[in-house]
Each structure stands twice: as structure tokens, then as C-alpha cells.
Ligand binder design. Structure first.
Ligand SMILES: [Fe+2]
Length: 315
């Protein structure tokens, strides 16, 4: 089985060319990789982890048990395909924070998650610039492509995957590709379960203390004209141990117009109208809301059909 790529970002100083090649290979062939020495202090990550687990125990665990009871998910006999075995809440940071409206968060947890979001935002933008360098795009191109009128949309989905007695009957999270831009995941250092589809096989994303897992969403596939791909992934529920997952989504602004970077489109392709559409990001998200657990190709097709009837003009 292929080994999941783990990249030490510290080696950008000293072994830059080799490290850039590792990033390029991961973007082109995996759509996923794990980074270490990413600039976010490890002791700070430990605080995020302990506060998240504390919050789950105190505010979420009982609610999840009640949900399981109300939906009769205990002792499943048949497979459930319209639900996931996960407990989640969502924090939005950009363009405006919703943190003040989220109930049950302690002041300390709120403060730490705000600081974590700022560090992740910086890391996302650094990674986007490394992608620009590998793609031969000017520095800042991807950040600008995501910007729209009010800057990117940035948010964090905090999830816990409690132990599940019947993991063969219900997924922690069903297979999907992510709709947005670049996703940064702080996953549980002990309890695994995340898998990525690679050449038709599901490959484990190994828990690795203090790493951040990076993956690419549908928007980067469109902007790179398919040079990079968003890749299907899923979470297998575990019979033992709860798995923490803090996934932060650095996405385009809702009004950003997304289309393949002209520098990455061959002339003949342009004449054939290419594979990827041009659209307003929020229109894509409306479609994704109903088609998340289906293949991305019909989403691209639907956007192309829409473009054919209502073309988007950009300078
Ligand atoms: Fe995802």
C-alpha cells in the first residue's frame, strides 16, 4: 500500500528544492499530505487539544448519546447511508466571526480557538504561496483568486467521533471531496480513522502528534485546471476511543469568481472550452450543500451548464 506523504516544512530552509518537490508530488498525486514543523507551536496545539476534549466531555458527549438513542443508532442491523457517526460544531472566523454566538464555550477556549484560527490562516496563506511557486503562478495569485470583495471565508469544524459499536453499519463521515480551497486538519494524535482514496484504494492518514493534515478542495482543482485534484476521503468510526478532528477551511469569499488560471490553460484546451467551469463560489456551495456525498464531476457539469446560459464576464 502507498505510504501517506509526511513533509517537514522546516526543511524549506536548507533543502528547499527537495521539499518543494515533495509538496508538488503530494499536490499532484495525493491531494493530501501531512506537515510537521509548520510554525504552530506544539505546546499551543496541546492546549487546543485538551480544551477541545474537555469541551466535548462537558457539553457534547451527553447530547450525542441522546441523539444516538433518538435515532435508534445503537445495535444497527442494516447499513445507515444518510447519517454520520459524528458530533460537531462550527466556528466561523472570516469574513466575520460567529464565536461570540456559540454557546457553551469557556472564555479560555474561545480565546485559544481564535488564536489557533489566526495561526492556521497564516499557514494556509503560506502554503498557497508554495503552491503558486510550484505551479509557476505569481506569488499571491491564489490568495487573490480567493479574495472576492471581502476576503476569504475561513471557518473551523470541530468534530468528535465517539466510539461506535457497529462501524461496519455507519461511517464516521461518508466519502466526499471538500468543496472549498485548502483544508488544515488537526486530528487526534492517537485515534485514527481518516482514509484517503488513492488509486482506487483507501489509505490511512496516520495519526501523528503535532502534525497538520493538509488537503485540497474542489476550488483548487478548478483554479489549477486539474493539475491538482481534490480527493475523496472518509472517516471510519472506531470501536475504541473518541477521535478528535479540528478541520479548518480556508475558502474563497462567497462572491469570488472561480475559474482556471489562464497561465495553466493550454491554447487548444481553451478552444475546446476546457474541462472546468467559471462560477461564483456561493453558487457552487449551494449545489454542494445538496450534493456533498456525490462525485464532484456532476457539480462541475452543473456549473458549466449554468455558465452556458448565464456567462460570467471578468476583465
Ligand atoms: Fe472533508
Amino acid at each position: 500500500m502507498a505510504k501517506f506523504p509526511v513533509i517537514n516544512l522546516e526543511k524549506l530552509n536548507g533543502e528547499r528544492a527537495v521539499t518543494m518537490d515533495l509538496i508538488k508530488d503530494a499536490c499532484e498525486n495525493w491531494g493530501f499530505f501531512e506537515v510537521l514543523n509548520h510554525g504552530i507551536p506544539y505546546d499551543f496545539m496541546d492546549r487546543v487539544e485538551s480544551l477541545t476534549k474537555e469541551h466535548y466531555k462537558k457539553c457534547m458527549e451527553q447530547r450525542f448519546k441522546e441523539l444516538v438513542a433518538s435515532k435508534a443508532l445503537e445495535g444497527l442491523q442494516a447499513e445507515v447511508t444518510d447519517m454520520d457517526w459524528e458530533s460537531t460544531f462550527y466556528l466561523r472566523h472570516l469574513p466575520e466571526s460567529n464565536m461570540a454566538e456559540i454557546p457553551d464555550l469557556t472564555d479560555e477556549y474561545r480565546k485559544v480557538m481564535k488564536e489557533f484560527a489566526l495561526k492556521l490562516e497564516k499557514l494556509a496563506e503560506e502554503l498557497l504561496d508554495l503552491f503558486c511557486e510550484n505551479l509557476g503562478l505569481e506569488k499571491g495569485y491564489l490568495k487573490k483568486a480567493f479574495y472576492g470583495a471581502k476576503g476569504p471565508t475561513f471557518g473551523t469544524k470541530v468534530s468528535n467521533y465517539p466510539p461506535c459499536p457497529t462501524p461496519d453499519k455507519i461511517k464516521g463521515l461518508r466519502a466526499h471531496t471538500d468543496a472549498g480551497g485548502i483544508i488544515l486538519l488537526f486530528q487526534d494524535p492517537q485515534v485514527g480513522g481518516l482514509q484517503v482514496l488513492k488509486d482506487g484504494e483507501w489509505v490511512d492518514v496516520p495519526p501523528l502528534r503535532h502534525s497538520i493534515v493538509i488537503n485540497l478542495g474542489d476550488q483548487l482543482e478548478v483554479i489549477t485546471n486539474g493539475k491538482y485534484k481534490s480527493v475523496e476521503h472518509r472517516v471510519i468510526a472506531q470501536t475504541d476511543g473518541a477521535r478528535m478532528s479540528i478541520a479548518s477551511f480556508y475558502n474563497p469569499g462567497s462572491d469570488a469568481i472561480i475559474y482556471p488560471a489562464p497561465a495553466l490553460v493550454e491554447k487548444e484546451e481553451e478552444e475546446k472550452k476546457g474541462l472546468y467551469p467559471k462560477f461564483v463560489f456561493e453558487d457552487y456551495m449551494k449545489l454542494y450543500a445538496v450534493l456533498k456525498f456525490q462525485a464532484k464531476e456532476p457539480r462541475f457539469e452543473a456549473m458549466k451548464a449554468r455558465e452556458a446560459t448565464a456567462p460570467i464576464v471578468t476583465a
